[in-house]
Ligand binder design. Structure first.
Ligand code: ASP
Length: 363
């Protein structure tokens, strides 16, 4: 291998992928075990696989235990190793992988190299698993495209996704992730197909990324449901909370005949709480302009999050509050595309324009 061959840094944080059966029969992360298995499996030794070094976090975590403090550790180790490596693979549990991918896309900037997250539903230790394919293909993609894939991605079950568009959609199947509102940027079948039109242009070599710490702001999420108790929402919106993701029905709808509910939102907005509407359905956009029920939210100061995921909306709120911005600026920026995390109305496909015109005809 020549000296300019790509070198990949693997940050192993934990998750099912490197777990081993413990004495009580349950899976638990085991230190050094993933590296041992990768050394034993001949495919990882093939010449096509780029050279890689594994850095193991201590302790290894089931990703359910991840906090913003762990995101910071991941971002900082990537930053520290930035100049020495060409691509970065974060090996992570699936449960909160979409949250970490979203967070890293805001925390690390600028990025002129790829950061890919992967994991698996069955550990590498098992005879039949999805771990080997996910790990191996991630390494191969990083090796092949280290100079052409700037940004944060998630690779799973033969699909390469933009990280901050992903969500976990299946706890049992190998197809655990989806990117409901943004096409996968790559598909790996018999051929590797990358849709280069969906990959941002790094615009030439960039300096080592800086790291923005997330987690000091107080953010939360609330799912609207028929019969919701306005008092429970009022409690959630009370200080010290600064930002709330409101998971609405359909296109950003909520009960506009529930005065106590709307009053709770209005009081919080007046206190400076930023409330962002996202849509509960997997696909689509929360645009408060579309329906009267959305207008009621708008009048209560709620802003449209459009097609952003809850995972990315929470990360973005953390990120914007970290900049020390006043609530009105946070509200304005939550409606703008900063890292490819949402499609603002002016960028939505013509189809949505047609829907708007159809709806307008009924108003
Ligand atoms: N609970 C595990 C985790 O998120 C699940 C997985 O890795 O698939 O760490």
């Amino acid at each position: 291998m020549s000296d300019d061959s790509p070198r990949i840094f693997v940050a192993y944080t934990g998750g099912t992928i490197g777990m081993r059966r413990s004495a009580d029969g349950g899976y638990a992360p085991a230190s050094g075990y993933l590296q041992e298995r990768m050394r034993d499996i001949p495919a990882f030794q093939e010449e096509a696989v780029p050279a890689y070094d594994v850095y193991e976090f201590d302790p290894l975590l089931d990703s359910s235990n991840m906090t913003p403090a762990h995101w910071l550790q991941i971002a900082e180790v990537i930053q520290k190793k930035w100049d020495a490596y060409d691509g970065f693979l974060v090996v992570h549990g699936t449960d909160t992988m979409a949250f970490t991918a979203s967070a890293l896309s805001f925390m690390l900037d600028p990025l002129d190299k790829p950061v890919v997250l992967t994991g698996s539903q069955i550990p590498l230790a098992e005879t039949r698993n999805d771990a080997q394919g996910n790990l191996l293909t991630s390494l191969l993609l990083l090796g092949a495209y280290s100079d052409r894939l700037p940004g944060v991605y998630l690779f799973f079950d033969d699909h390469l996704y933009r990280g901050n568009r992903t969500t976990k959609v299946n706890a049992d199947a190998f197809a655990a992730f989806a990117s409901p509102n943004f096409s996968p940027v790559g598909r790996v079948g018999i051929n590797v197909e990358i849709d280069w039109s969906l990959i941002p242009d790094a615009g030439g070599p960039a300096p080592t990324p800086s790291v923005v710490e997330l987690g000091t702001a107080s953010v939360s999420a609330f799912r609207i449901f028929p019969g919701l108790d306005p008092d429970s929402l009022r409690n959630l919106l009370s200080p010290p909370v600064q930002g709330v993701v409101l998971e609405c029905f359909g296109s950003g709808n909520a009960p506009d005949q529930n005065d106590a509910f709307l009053a709770a939102l209005r009081e919080a907005t007046d206190r400076g709480v930023v409330i962002v509407a996202v849509t509960q359905p997997l696909r689509g956009t929360a645009d408060l302009n579309l329906y009267a029920t959305g207008h009621a939210l708008q009048n209560a100061g709620v802003v449209s999050g459009f097609d952003i995921t809850t995972e990315a909306a929470l990360a973005k709120l953390y990120y914007l509050f970290e900049q020390g911005l006043p609530p009105d600026d946070v509200r304005a920026l939550m409606q703008k595309n900063l890292r490819g995390e949402l499609t603002p109305p002016e960028e939505t496909p013509a189809e949505l324009g047609k829907t708007r015109r159809r709806l307008a005809a009924y108003r």
